[in-house]
Design a protein. Structure first.
Length: 249
């Protein structure tokens, strides 16, 4: 079973999900890809391995079997390994559901799910730091607001959260998928948690993600809930944005 390659906390998270009537998004890193040497800077051309493809499919099956949900919406980074992860998860879900899962994988073209595009204002300024510092160093610099050409960390995170919120209407139950990259997830988790340092141990593994849902009918007034590595967290979007506004003064 390829499912034994899944980070164990992902299976534990199933028991922490809200009522099936609450729309939930799995915001996940893509499945297992070809290896890369160096500082963790993966090229866009790296594809899923055979075990990675099997894992994505089996995880999709397990999700819908154990959450009483079908996959209603799906968004993805345009990078092929992310699109393939989404398609294989949906394929796995199709094998065990009577109700149809979506087959519409919306490619997010504005850069919000591509590393590190979600957080970049000027790639000419930011790009050299990404190449020099590597993924871990770059994201640590980003969460400390220490890089030129980048959004303020909270602004960058709010942009992605709003994308997720708008993808799955609050009056629709079910599950959504959002497939992205490790740098995006690492930065999101750190900033939402109020952390200023990320270690290797904190870094999202392949096919690891967080379950996200919102309580409230207006994004700016919502309470954000998310599950990461077996723990449920909560954050007021209004208070989060207020921190951002105060830092800009």
């Amino acid at each position: 079973m390829a499912l034994n390659l899944l980070p164990p906390s992902m299976l534990k998270a199933i028991d922490l999900l809200p009522d099936p009537k609450t729309p939930v998004t799995l915001f996940t890193r893509h499945s297992i890809r070809e290896d890369v040497k160096g500082q963790g800077l993966a090229g866009y051309d790296l594809q899923l391995t055979v075990p990675g493809r099997e894992l994505a499919q089996e995880w999709g099956t397990y999700l819908v079997e154990n959450t009483d949900r079908v996959i209603q919406h799906c968004i993805s980074s345009p990078i092929q390994r992310c699109v393939d992860t989404a398609a294989l998860m949906i394929d796995g879900a199709d094998a065990v559901t009577v109700q149809p899962n979506t087959h519409d994988i919306k490619i997010v073209e504005q850069g919000l799910l591509v590393e590190p595009g979600s957080f970049v204002l000027d790639i000419k300024q930011a790009g050299p730091y990404f190449a020099k510092q590597g993924a871990l160093g770059f994201i640590n610099s980003f969460v400390n607001n220490a890089l030129p050409g980048m959004k303020h960390p909270i602004s960058g995170v709010v942009d992605v959260l709003e994308l997720i919120y708008n993808t799955h209407p609050s009056n629709e139950a079910g599950l959504s998928l959002a497939v992205s990259h490790d740098t995006i997830l690492a930065a999101m988790i750190a900033v939402m948690s109020g952390r200023q340092t990320i270690s290797r141990e904190d870094w999202p593994k392949m096919m690891e993600g967080l379950f996200v849902w919102f309580e409230g009918d207006v994004f700016a007034e919502c309470q954000l809930k998310w599950i990461w590595r077996g723990e449920v967290h909560s954050l007021s979007i209004a208070e989060f944005q207020q921190i951002d506004d105060l830092r800009k003064i």
